[in-house]
Structures are given as C-alpha cells and as structure tokens.
Write a protein that binds this ligand. Structure first.
Ligand code: NAI
Length: 679
C-alpha cells in the first residue's frame, strides 16, 4: 500500500513495515518546514492507530537525510509566544514518533543536521551510511540557539553528557564512524545495505544492544556533579563565545544542570529556552549570516560549468596554497614556479594540509597525486583555468599573461590573484582581455572562506560567472566586486588597522586596543591581526590604497618593515611572538583607556563600508555584510556592518563621526553614502 503526500511518500509493504520517504517538494534538500511536519503528524497518527511491525524513515534526496529546520521560518516569529507554539508542535510530533509501539529506524545518508538529527534521535534505532559524505550534527549554536526539538535531552541520553555537550556546543559535524563510536548511531554501513539493515533491526530489535555508558560518563550527569562539570565547560566556552554576545551555549548548559533529572521538565524548558533565544538579536543576526552565506553560494550556481584542470603560476605563499586547496577539492592541478625550491615547498605544505584534513593515507596519496609540480608549464595547454599568483608587479604580470595567451585553450579562463593592481592594467597585454578575471583569495587559503571575484568593465560576464562557480566548487564563497583599489575586504580593513596603529602611536597599550575590538565582537584585535597578516603586506596594501583614499600610513609601520619586524612570521612585530603566540602584557591598574577607543576603530570600518557601497564595489548591503563577515571575521552576531548601521541608525552614527572628526581630524568625516543608510 502506498500513499503520497506533498513532502512524504509512505509505503506499507507485505511484511507490514512502513517505509517513510522524506521528499520535500520543489527542493533538492529536505528541510523540516511547518508544512512537512504537519504531514508527518498525520502519518504518525495513522501509524499510531494501526501500528505496523516497524517503521523505517529515509530520504529520497541525493543531498542527504534532512539538512535541518526551515531557517526562513525562524525569522517569521513576531514574539516569543509564537516561537514557543511552533517549537512545541515539533515536540508533540517527535514525541509521537518516539512513542510508536514498534521499532523505528532512521536510515541516514548525507546531511543529517539540526532538526533532522533530532528526528533521527527520536527513532529507536539509527543507521548511517559509512561514507565521507555523511555528516551528522547539531549545529544550532551557530544560529544562536540550541537544539529545540528534544535534541538536548535525547543526545545526552544517547551519548552521555560530555560527548553530547561537546557535539552541541561546538556545532561540529560527525562522520558515521565517529558517530557510531560515540553511540549517536547504532550502525555505520554502506547505503546499499540500508533496506536489509532496517528489516533485520525490525525483525530482531532485541538483538541490538549498545554498550551501556561507562560509569564516569554517567556520573557527569549526576545531580551533584553537574554544576561542577558545567563550570569547567563554561570556562572553555567563555574563552571563545562571551555570554553577552552568544547566550545560547550558556542556556544549554543551564538547561542540563537544572533540569536533567526530570525528562519531561527538561523537554519543556528546552522549548522555552529556544523560544526566548530565537527571537533575540544574536539569533536573528546569526540566522541572517546563515542566509547571507546561502546567497553567496547561490552566486556560484552554474551547473554546466565543470572545469577539471587548474594551472597555477607562482608557488609562493598564495599560489602554493591555492594549488594545494584546488587539489584537495578534487581538481587536477599543475603548479608552476620559476624556482624549483618553491615547488618543493608547495608539496611539503600541501602534504601537511592533507594529513591534517584527510587523515586516511589513501586519500592523502590521491590528493598528492593530483598536485603536479610543473616547472616548465606543460599543464598550461590542458588547463580549464589558469590562476596567476606571481609577484605584485603590473609589468611582470602583463608579460606573463602575454606569453601564455597563445598557449592556453581558447575557452580557458585566466585569473589573477592580485590584491591591488586594477585588472585593466593587467589585461591590456591580452588579445582577449575579456577572459581575465580576478580570483582574490585570502591568506591562509585553507582557513578563509571568501574569494573576491574581481570584475573589470572589460571582464566578460560569463567569465566572472564561471569564476564564481569554480569558487563554489572549491567550497569557498564567491563575492563579486569591482576592480577598484582594495576591492571590498582590504579596503574596509585598512582604515581600521591604521587607526589601531595611530592609537598605538598615541601610547594606548596594544592589548587595550585589541580588547576594545574583541569586546565589540571581532575574533581578533587589529594589532594582532596586522601582526598575523604580516606588517610588510599591511604596508604594501596601505600604501597602495593611500594613493586613492584618505589613508595615512603610519611612519612607525614603515620603520618596522624596514627593520624586518614583520609580525608573527619574523617573531616580532607590534607584539613579540613566542611559539607563534603574541606575548601580551597587561596595562598597569591605573591605566584608563580613551573613552572613544572602540568607536574610533569601529567607525572607521563602518565609514569605509558605506563608501564601498556608494562606489558600487559590491551591489547590495547584504553582499557587503557577507563579504565583510566572511573576509574579515567582523563580529558575526552583529549580522554585518550594514545590519549594525541599520540597527543603530544613520543619525546616531554620523553624529558620532562628527564628534570624532572634531577631535581627531578629517579621517573621520562621514562619507556621503551615509545619507542612503540606516533609515
Ligand atoms: P610570493 O612572493 O610568496 O610568491 C610569488 C612566487 O611567484 C614566487 O615563488 C616566485 O618565484 C614566483 N614567480 C614570480 N614570477 C614568476 C614567473 N614569471 N613565473 C613563475 N613563477 C614566478 O608572493 P605571494 O604573497 O604569494 O603573492 C602572490 C600574489 O598574490 C600577489 O599578486 C599578491 O598581491 C597576491 N596576494 C597575496 C596575499 C598575501 O597575503 N600574501 C593575499 C592575497 C593576494
């Protein structure tokens, strides 16, 4: 017997097993929308009335089981009560699933995240595909909430508090194998065995017994120990996510400490806690960041474009790491440098990256096989994309492009990783200048999620679309920007870094400057950031920008670079570095920082962001916010500079700029673009 719903397909077979296929209509991915859950409830009510011998839940989508709740619905709640009603509905439905009087099995492949993981946890048994693509996770903290469909209660009971807390607080995904080890699932097996696995579990449920949790794990949840364990975890959390900015992890820990002994009460409190968090600013802003990320990914949609071979010229800091990353993501890569030693170094660094990320020998070897040192440039004629990352010199770049144009395939894309040279200065050497696009990666390549897709007026639209698609295939976020000095990210970052250096020059202790920025929510202070990026690079970018913008390059910066004090890489910059970590001296107790310190830093960045939008460096406020968050790490819980501007209001912020201008000079004069914002 088979029944079709809009988002579900239900088959009850001859052995009286009900197979529930999740198949969200008009979508390539399953998400738990209210409509999909409503249908699920009808199905569960039917199954409760006439229970089958067993139930198996699986997905019809290639992308995976369920990617989570429908995040768009999170932004629709008018108030806490509305949110609570929606969350309680989820609870009711998942409780019905849990209470079915027969074995229930979740068959998981691909993504099984958030609400999807909670659905699986409400089944009595979980089987996951033993494939690297399987990703199980409860990433709700990344959206400023914690699991809200019973996931807090059920994950702790399945895995024990230490592992479950780590799982929920980190928001990290798990492979099927690790999930099995951590008792999150019962079996890890190839997907082709799913049907047999489900039948065998349903036929013999009593055979499946997980080892009981070891005593020490159970003790962690014992009433008298919980506050102590939570205190230790809180300390670790606080180092990464301050309570004032990120309340969700603390709410989760409190939920466990106060209510774990009473399952029903904990479920009820879980719903209340999430309802409160979800309508708060942090969650709404983090949800915004999540949707911004999706919007950037969408810019890379171009299904017909399937490049295979990438040729990188220049195996230095950037080219080497770009090549390694491309091979890591499955491309065949030839890497060319005029120096053999540079190529040897590329292989060494790539091996380190693969060892860390891939772990399995076979996978490391095949990634290394894809990364081919090519001192003579033999790969040029086969490449679908050529990326140039040689010295930052227009003439040298022109000569290179001129020399390779006759060799490469007619439809190959030419890309430059230049950080400051206008594309039209480089492409004049080409017969077909429209094929040149900028692919501006950030350092370190493996860590930074953003790539600016730099377009000049000459760049062919199709070429920049293909460059964005390639970027997405590299698992990076493409941001289209115009070929103007500093593009978006460096342009907004530089005034902020320079202001930090001016403050340092005024005698404000370095740690005080950095703390003002981290208190605002930046992941790292500007002085430490400059030292980490390298003071030579900062100087180079700042000098370039100063030709077109009112950026004053501090004399001290020039002096430090001359003396070889380059920051982390030389062991000494503004900070002294010990084993790669800055030595931070605390200011004396009597020291009190200037009260406009944080405003000086933040407003220079905001003012420049406004100027970028006025100059059409990016098209929209949303793209600017996305670029600045993913390119600079700008306080994610604030939802981006423009989101912050719109929240505080243009009037208030421009008044602050006026005050700063009268105190500190014209570098604080409000950009005329402010007139269009914050209203
Ligand atoms: P680098 O100096 O570390 O590496 C440049 C490499 O290119 C050297 O190994 C050199 O031997 C090689 N090279 C130079 N001319 C060549 C030629 N004609 N043929 C083959 N190889 C040649 O430089 P880095 O830092 O990697 O920068 C490369 C490009 O990336 C520059 O345009 C820079 O502005 C840009 N960039 C740099 C960033 C950084 O943080 N270092 C960040 C983003 C972009």
């Amino acid at each position: 017997m088979s029944e079709n719903y809009k988002h579900w397909q239900v088959n009850r077979d001859n052995n009286d097993i009900a197979w529930l296929h999740i198949d969200k209509a008009d979508s390539t991915t399953n998400v738990l929308s209210a409509e999909l859950l409503n249908e699920f409830e009808i199905i569960l009510d039917d199954l409760t009335t006439t229970p089958p011998r067993g139930v198996a839940i699986l997905s019809n989508k290639d992308s995976g089981f369920v990617a989570g709740a429908d995040v768009n619905e999170f932004t629709q709640f008018e108030n806490e009560d509305e949110a609570l009603t929606a969350i309680r509905r989820g609870h009711t439905i998942f409780n019905k699933l849990e209470q079915l009087p027969c074995p229930t099995v979740a068959l998981i492949h691909g993504f099984c995240l958030g609400g999807g993981m909670e659905l699986a946890l409400a089944c009595k048994y979980r089987v996951a595909d033993d494939d690297p693509k399987t990703k199980l996770g409860l990433p709700e903290v990344k959206l400023g909430i914690h699991p809200g469909f019973g996931g807090t209660v059920r994950s702790i009971r399945a895995m024990g508090a230490p592992a479950a807390m780590n799982f929920m607080l980190s928001g990290r995904n798990m492979s099927a194998r690790i999930a099995k080890r951590q008792r999150l699932i019962h079996y890890a097996t190839p997907k082709r065995h799913f049907i047999n696995a489900a039948i065998s579990i349903i036929n013999n449920p009593q055979k499946i017994k997980l080892q009981p949790l070891p005593l020490w794990i159970r003790l962690a949840s014992y009433k008298h120990f919980r506050p102590f364990v939570a205190k230790m975890i809180t300390k670790k959390v606080a180092a990464k996510a301050p309570r004032a900015h990120y309340p969700a992890p603390y709410a989760l820990l409190e939920l466990w400490v106060h209510h774990y002994d009473d399952r029903k009460e904990m479920l009820d409190q879980e719903a209340q806690s999430v309802a409160k968090l979800i309508i708060g600013r942090t969650a709404q802003n983090l949800i915004r960041v999540f949707t911004l990320q999706d919007e950037l990914k969408a810019l890379g949609r171009y299904d017909d474009y399937q490049p295979k071979h990438v040729h990188v010229i220049g195996g230095g800091v950037m080219g080497g790491d770009i090549a390694a990353w491309c091979a890591f993501r499955g491309f065949t890569v030839t890497i060319q440098d005029q120096k053999k030693a540079a190529l040897a170094n590329v292989s060494k660094r790539a091996y380190r990256l693969y060892k860390k990320r891939l772990k399995i020998k076979r996978l490391i070897t095949s990634a290394m096989d894809r990364l081919i040192p090519d001192p003579k440039g033999n790969g040029l004629k086969r490449a679908d994309i050529v990326i140039e990352a040689i010295f930052e010199d227009a003439k040298v770049k022109q000569d290179l492009f001129k020399s390779i144009e006759p060799i490469i395939k007619p439809d190959a894309i030419l890309a430059t990783n230049t950080s400051s040279i206008p594309l039209d200065e480089i492409n004049i050497a080409l017969k077909q200048p429209s094929r040149l696009v900028g692919l501006h990666f950030f350092n370190p390549v493996a860590m930074m999620p953003l790539v600016e897709i730099v377009k000049s007026p000459t760049t062919d639209e199709d070429v920049s679309k293909k460059a964005a698609a390639f970027t997405k295939q590299l698992s990076k976020l493409p941001l289209p920007v115009t070929s103007t000095p500093g593009f978006l990210v460096n342009r907004v970052l530089m005034p902020y870094l320079m202001e930090a250096m001016v403050l340092a020059n005024e005698g404000v202790p370095l740690t005080v400057i950095d703390k003002a920025a981290t208190d605002y929510g930046m992941p790292m202070g500007p002085i430490e950031l400059a030292d980490t990026v390298g003071l030579d690079i900062c100087l180079h970018v700042a000098e370039n920008l100063s030709k077109n913008m009112s950026i004053e390059v501090p004399e001290k910066l020039k002096y430090m670079v001359e003396k070889g004090l380059l920051g982390k890489k030389s062991g000494q910059g503004f900070y002294l570095f010990n084993k790669g970590k800055p030595v931070k001296e605390k200011p004396g107790k009597e020291y009190s920082p200037p009260n406009d310190l944080q405003d000086r830093l933040v407003l220079r960045l905001l003012n420049e962001a406004v100027a970028c939008l006025r100059d059409n460096v990016v098209e929209t406020e949303r793209q600017a916010d996305a670029g600045i968050i993913f390119g600079t790490g700008f306080a994610p819980f604030r939802g981006g500079p423009f989101n912050y501007i719109n929240y505080r209001g243009q009037e208030q912020l421009t008044k602050m700029l006026e005050k700063l201008q009268s105190r500190h000079g014209p570098r604080f004069s409000a950009d005329e673009g402010w007139l269009k914002t914050g209203n």
